[in-house]
Design a protein. Sequence first.
Length: 471
Amino acid sequence: QISAMNNTFDEDCNNLNVNAERLDMRNYTIKFRCIHGESDHDDGNGKEKQQEETTSSTTMSSTGATFSSNSSLKSQASSPLHELLTIIVTTSPIKSNPSTEVLERTFDTFSYAGIEFCYNCPKIIICDGCRIKQDESAVVTNKHANTKQRLRSGIATSKQAENYELFKIALRKLCDDAGSGVVLHGDDKKSLSPFRNTRVVELDERHGYGFALRHALRHEVSTPYVCVIQHDRTFMRHTPIQSVVQSMTNSNGCIKYVGMNMRSNLTYRDTFTTKYGSSSLNELLGMVLKPPELALDSSVFGPNGTSVKQMLEAQSHNKALQKNLKSLAQTYLVTVQSTSNSSNSTTSTTTDAASEEDGREKDTTHQLSLTPTLFWYDNTHVCETSHYRDFIFNPAYKMVAKGGFVEDKLSPAIIRSVERLGLREGHSKFGCYILDDHSGYFFTGHLDGGSYMTTAEKKQLISGEARFNKK
C-alpha cells in the first residue's frame, strides 16, 4: 500500500511538473504575442527592446492580423485555398540579374499545384537586401572566393547591386501587369499570369533567408498557412497542395509542416535507417501518417499516374535526364522507403450500389504518406503560420540565426529534442513531415539560381563557341 501511494504521489508530481511547464509556456506565448512594434533588426539571440505590453487573449501578428487557433482551423477545411494559404517566395541577388528568368520559370510551374494555388492565392516575393563589396579586387574570406558564394552570403559588387535593383523594377512590372482578383472556375486561364495577386516586398538591408522569411511572416501574412518557396525551387509534376492543407487543417495541430519531397530526400526512410538503425526505423514507421485527405485519384498519383507521365513528358527534350529519372524510379522500388510502404497496401478499389449492378467500378484511390523527418528542409513546404511565427522564430529558443537558413540551426534542435524526450514526443512539438506518393519520382526540383545561365547567355555562349570553332 505504501509503495502504491508513493507511485501515485510520483505520478501526481510528474503531472504537476508537466502542467506547470505548459502553463509557463502559455504565459510566455501570451506575453510574446502582446508585444507591439517589435523590431526585425534584432541579432537573433533573443535581445528585444523594452516595450509597452497590453493584455489580449487573441493571437496577433505584429501588424495586428489575427490567426485562427487549431480548434477553429478545422472548421475552415471547406474554405477556398486562397483564404487559407499565402505563398512566400524568397529571393536575393544572383548573377543572372537583372533578368527575371529564374523567377518566371519557377512561377510557371505553379500550375502543377492547382489553378487556385497558381492564380488566386496571395503571393509575396520577399527581396532580401545585400551588402556591397567596396574593394572588388579583394577576397573577403576563402568562403567568399567565388561569385556564387559571395552572393549566397549577401555580398555583391556595385555592378551586381545595380543589376539587382533593375531586377526588382522588372519584377514589380511583372506583378503589376499580372493584375489581381479571384479567378473563377469557368474563367479563361490562357491569358492569365502566375504572377497574379503577387506583391513585391523589399528589405533595406541584408537579413539572410531565415530572417527575411520571418519579416514576411510577421508583417505580410494573414492566412493560417504559408507555402514557402525559394526563388529557384520548381514543381516538377502535379502536387496536391490543397489536399495537404486540408490534411493539416483536420489534424488538430499534429501536422505542422509538410515538405514536398525532392531528389535528396526521396528515400528519407533509408537515410534515417542508416543513421539510427532498424529498431528506430520501426518506431518511425509507427509514426507515418496516411490522412484520408491524401487518399487521392490513382490515375493521377502513384507509379502509374499522369503526374509521373507529366514529369517525364516535360523533360522530353532532355533524353539523358529522362533516363536518369526512370533509373532513379527503378532503384526506388528496392529501397526501405518503398518496401516499408508496400506492406500496407496504398491502393484501394471501392464500388457503390449503382456500379455493382452493371459491374463498373469507381475510380481507385492511391494513399499518399507523410513520413516524420528530423530535418527541417528549406525546400518547398507548407507550414502553419502560427507555428513558424510563434515557435520556430520565438527569440527565446534561438533556433534560427540572422543571416542563415532556417534548416541550419533548427534541424539540430529537432534532433536534440528527440534525444532528450524520445522520438515520438521529441518530434511532436515540431510536427514536420515529408510528402511521398511512392511513385519513385519527386515533386520538386532545383534550378540552382547561383549558377543559372539565362537563355540569352546560353545562346551567346553557343554562338561564341561556334565562331571559335570556325577559326
